[in-house]
Write a protein that binds this ligand. Structure first.
Ligand code: COA
Length: 663
């Protein structure tokens, strides 16, 4: 934030008859109290100055105003409020021109919408992302955007929180001109003079009218159906829709009042608290603890050992971010298979329009293949992603030790093996750590960076930085069976397995957790990822619990060769042609018989009890992980669940949820 007593965050400069108000409140020019006051102060000077005919509002640094200051939410409001600021802008007797670059978001866009005109750099993006924080725009956004960009566009943008590029914003009327080149200030002054010269200023946004026509009512009801279907328990998109729908029913001033009422309702909600918590939790997770100096090395090239599903996904992560990567396989045939599979994935992405054909070619050109570790002499980082056998990993790391340059960082993608044991194959174990990606690696946001007691601070800070470059949510954790993520997931899974023994069916278990907000139920997840994977992992746990019921249903299925989807049978039976899951009475009976053998008493569990036990199991394991120092912040564990396991974001993560329940 702007250091006190250095320079005010808002300043005014005269460029002939145009007053330029510059906001400089790093890092992202949020509308703090000082910015709001400064803006009003400068505006009143510009209005009072008879030489001034137009006002430009522009920001210094990397972006136009990125929103209200979220850290002020929940604290006593300080005047002037953002509402007062935008009302003054809207009411200003001299035309105001907002000059946008970077991301004009939330209150930033609302500020711009209260100006008479908006121009933006080609690279500028606009959005009202408040729904992602469990809120709705609270400074006129729900009433102004539909008036400026049309009802349909406003409903789409506000209920989804989507950021829109400058060209698209121009097409929908949200901005008036896209600036080619990068001298935004000159372009804004020029635009303001051209506009003044033309005369006939356009109406203020608050004076534009929207009709309560049958067409507009249809648009609202279509969106209501869409948003209800998509929201899956999240409240704010529907509240936003309710506020926007007022723009066709009520005069502007009354619409604003209704928006305020709905905004305040959201502000006090548990969902908004949870979403604001996870916003800051994700940013905190990316930061190194104070004990680790931030001295990263640049990663300019990488190698991935193993061209299986994980290896392919990890290689794509590098290529997607323009980092050359070598995929290493033992045999040419396997290597060709891996490279072809990557090519096919990119081809699919290109045919569905997610990337261009040119991007497909560029990314493939960054991926090379090799069957020989001697080709890795110059790479900066190696990520090993072969199957989970300590001896195999040992052999690989010992070979990497011989062939890679001494400063190369050697990482393993193991999900649960002891990384210190893997590192013992290397002369200098300080360059070894875990880079635990989640499948599919090129899509899943979560990355566990696993340090051992010996990992160097350079290796840690380099990999945390790399995680950011790769677009991941990286969380730094310690070495220990299952690290933090899989260990917590295992506790969750174990509780579910226990309830299957107590007589809950896989469908009941999955439905309870889906109704709670999880993306998928735990039994369906096991079937999808392969029941054998967990089974084999449990076999390698050096300290398995002495509990005969421990994961018995899953182990029983694995022992019978029922591995889930890939074998057509697991907790569910899968239709061979459609792939549709069906309840499987034989499996339910198999589990029931096993429960009887283990003397587990069947019980009737209501859905709420299933949910409570499942989430409680995660939080309890999380506490143990914190106590043992495997993770340092409870909020890091929330980041893991929200980004790695489909935990509903609007519940803030298991640790936040438990703390809200007073557990
Ligand atoms: N209020 C307070 N702080 C904010 C903020 C806001 N609206 N937006 C960003 N910040 C802070 C971040 O916490 C971070 O602080 P830190 O460096 O101490 O961790 C810093 O600004 C930079 O943000 P970061 O997200 O790391 O930078 P980025 O370049 O990756 O992304 C944005 C920039 C603006 C796109 C992103 O921060 C964002 O989406 N912000 C929220 C925008 C929003 O929701 N606005 C509406 C508010 S109602």
């Amino acid at each position: 934030m702007n250091p006190a007593n250095v320079s005010p965050p808002v300043t005014l400069a005269k460029h002939g008859d145009v007053a330029v108000i510059t906001i400089d409140n790093p890092p992202v020019n949020v509308l703090s109290h000082a910015v709001r006051s400064g803006l009003l102060e400068c505006l009143s000077q510009a209005v009072a100055d008879a030489d001034i005919r137009a006002v430009v509002i522009i920001c210094a640094g990397r972006t136009f105003i990125a929103g209200a200051d979220i850290t002020e939410f929940g604290k006593p409001p300080q005047s002037p409020s953002l509402l007062e600021v935008v009302a003054t802008l809207d009411d200003c007797p001299k035309p105001i021109f907002a000059a946008l670059h970077g991301t004009a978001l939330g209150g930033g866009l609302e500020t711009a919408l209260a100006c008479r005109y908006r121009i933006g750099l080609k690279t500028a993006r606009i959005g009202l992302p408040e729904v992602h924080l469990g809120l709705i725009p609270g400074a006129g956004g729900t009433q102004r955007l539909p008036r400026v960009a049309g009802l349909n566009n406003a409903l789409e943008m506000i209920t989804s929180g989507r950021h829109v590029g400058a060209e698209e914003a121009l097409a929908m009327g949200a901005i008036d001109e896209v600036v080619n080149g990068d001298d935004l200030l000159a372009a804004a002054i020029d635009f303001s003079r051209r506009t003044l010269a033309q005369g006939n200023l356009r109406s203020r946004t608050s004076e534009l009218e929207l009709e309560d026509s049958a067409d507009n009512q249809d648009i609202v009801s279509t969106w209501k159906k869409r948003v209800s279907k998509k929201a899956r328990g999240q409240e704010s998109p529907l509240v936003a829709l309710e506020a926007i729908s007022q723009s066709i029913k009520l005069p502007f001033a009354e619409g604003l009042l209704k928006e305020r009422e709905l905004f305040l309702g959201c502000m006090g909600s548990a969902q908004s608290r949870a979403l604001r918590h996870i916003f800051f939790a994700e940013r905190a997770a990316a930061k190194l603890p104070d004990s680790i100096p931030n001295t990263p090395t640049d990663i300019k090239s990488a190698a991935v050992i193993g061209g299986g599903t994980m290896g392919r996904g990890i290689a794509m992560c590098f290529a997607n971010k323009n980092i050359p990567v070598t995929v290493v396989e033992m045999q040419q045939e396997q290597l060709d298979l891996a490279l072809r599979a990557i090519d096919k994935t990119y081809a699919k992405m290109s045919s569905s329009g997610r990337i261009s054909e040119q991007q497909h070619r560029q990314r493939m050109a960054l991926i090379s293949g090799s069957c020989d570790h001697s080709s890795l002499a110059r790479v900066d980082v190696v990520i090993e992603a072969v199957f989970e056998k300590l001896e195999v990993k040992h052999a690989i790391f010992s070979s990497l030790d011989k062939h890679c340059k001494p400063e190369a960082i050697l990482a393993t993608n193991t999900s649960y093996l002891d990384i210190e044991a893997i590192a013992s194959a290397v002369g200098d174990p300080s360059r070894v750590l875990g880079m635990h990606f989640f499948s599919p690696a090129h899509i899943m946001k979560l990355l566990e960076v696993v340090r051992t007691g010996q990992t160097s601070t350079v290796a840690i800070s380099s990999m945390m930085k790399l995680g950011k470059i790769l677009g991941k949510r990286s969380v730094l954790v310690g070495n220990g069976f299952g690290f933090a993520a899989n260990r917590m997931y295992s506790a969750y899974g174990r509780e579910g397995q226990q309830m299957l023994l107590e007589g809950v069916t896989p469908t009941q278990l999955d439905q309870a957790m889906k109704n709670w907000g999880m993306a998928m139920g735990p039994a369906a997840v096991l079937d999808m990822s392969g029941i054998d994977i967990g089974y084999n992992a449990r076999k390698q746990n050096p300290n398995p619990p002495a509990d005969p019921s421990y994961f018995r249903p899953a182990d029983l299925l694995a022992e019978q060769g029922y591995f889930g989807r890939k074998t057509g049978r697991g907790f569910y039976r899968y239709d061979p042609t459609t792939g549709k899951a069906q309840e499987d009475p034989e499996i339910i009976e198999l589990i029931r018989a096993e429960a009887q053998r283990l003397n587990v008493t069947p019980v009737e569990l209501p859905e709420s009890e299933i949910q409570k036990r499942m989430v409680g199991a995660i939080a309890t394991e999380g506490e143990a992980i914190l106590t043992e120092g495997i993770a340092t912040r409870a909020s890091d564990l929330d980041v893991i669940w929200v980004n790695g396991y489909g935990f509903p974001r609007w519940r803030g993560g298991p640790m936040h949820y438990a703390s809200e329940q007073g557990d």
